[in-house]
Design a protein around this ligand. Sequence first.
Ligand code: SF4
Length: 149
Amino acid sequence: MPQRIQTDVKQIEAVLNQVLGTAFPPVARCRLLSSGMSPGHALNITQDIAGHKECLACGNCIDIWPALAREPGRRRRTEQRTSMALEALVAEDCDLCYACALACPQVDTTIKHYIVNSRLVEVISRLAERIGDDQEPDLDLFLEEALDG
Ligand code: SF4
């Protein structure tokens, strides 16, 4: 739940590109580069958590991770739903799809827009190359449903 005034990507572009270019889930590092919790949050707590950048354990990044659709057995390795759990489950098997960072409520919209504008064309091209691959039945199914729908 980022602040109203968010990280200016121009100020962190070099480090952000390093994060986005490394095959390891980027969500935690994108969260730390963000502005942190908005003072206008609606959580029922008394502590002042404005600006805090911790993982909320919402599990969005785990739920969106595409390899868990391919290998649901991995999810059974832990009950935790944090970015640290995601890193343990995925490690270097990261597809560099950036879905975890886009799904995280603690990542600034400025960073999400940068990812969409600068990286998604590349992601879509990589996915397009995998259509028809025997190891990617979920991708073929997704495409079939999209074309039928
Ligand atoms: S999506 Fe949720 S669980 Fe994942 S890093 Fe962000 S706050 Fe934590």
